[in-house]
Write a protein that binds this ligand. Sequence first.
Ligand SMILES: NC(=O)c1ccc[n+]([C@@H]2O[C@H](COP(=O)([O-])OP(=O)(O)OC[C@H]3O[C@@H](n4cnc5c(N)ncnc54)[C@H](O)[C@@H]3O)[C@@H](O)[C@H]2O)c1
Length: 281
Amino acid sequence: MSKVTVVGAGNVGATCANVLAFNEVADEVVMLDVKEGVSEGKAMDMMQTAQLLGFDSTLVGCTNDYAQTANSDVVVITSGIPRKPGMTREELIGVNAGIVKSVAENLLKYSPNAIIVVISNPMDTMTYLALKALGLPKNRVIGMGGALDSSRFKYFLSQAIGCNANEVEGMVIGGHGDTTMIPLTRFATYKGMPVANFISAEKLEEVAAATMVGGATLSCWVLLHGMHRVQQEHSSLNLSCTTKRKWFLVQYSWKANTANLIFASVFLLSWARMASKRSLN
Ligand SMILES: NC(=O)c1ccc[n+]([C@@H]2O[C@H](COP(=O)([O-])OP(=O)(O)OC[C@H]3O[C@@H](n4cnc5c(N)ncnc54)[C@H](O)[C@@H]3O)[C@@H](O)[C@H]2O)c1
């Protein structure tokens, strides 16, 4: 019998568990969360659609009870906080590192042979943390982020070309971060032909840029929803949609620039130190 555990029953975890069960990827899917009753409720809700949708997998939810995850073939870690509008993924590291490490250790106690899939952000760092903390061979700890980035890239390409995303091939390499991912524009194809045959170089650059901030753009939509609510509650606040977007972009670019500045300073300092060592030698 195959078994998959998903830790975290939030937006990503619950969707992941639902897709796994619906596609009968495993006989049993266990969803675990720290919040009392959340996984149990969501699992029951999904299982009540089993007959309607015609799937046979069993989906169960539990609150922090790792015994129920025992003997999983694959475990998916989505637990942790997501970023708020204007935040970079890297800013989540302080909170999520502790969560991912303890969750991974608990999972391994009950499923010593499981393959670990890490989703929590900052995904690359969390995957490396899990690898080091668990001491497993590297083919058993996998991070998921590049697959989503590539899928986003193909979506934006399809929008620019005006076609179905399934007719587009493309890949994003690098890190799962706004400034570290690299959409391979030159190798992207539409029906086997270079996408450059169908869209201008300028449009292709726009597609690459949109892909890199794809996650942040989604947070922006969530922010817009939040601001609409605030506006409804305080009707005297008359913010236009453009104002809200601008506010987000100012906040976001300020944070991204700060992160770049810190990175550049650290790089320059290390370079200066190396150069002074060399000149001393
Ligand atoms: N890698 C990717 O491509 C990708 C894509 C989207 C989101 N993410 C990341 O995935 C994570 C989850 O995002 P989300 O939108 O589902 O957030 P969410 O807030 O909707 O859900 C997170 C869930 O984790 C639970 N949780 C927190 N600590 C826990 C613990 N110690 N044990 C068990 N459960 C715990 C919370 O109770 C919550 O239900 C975030 O870090 C987000 O940035 C990654």
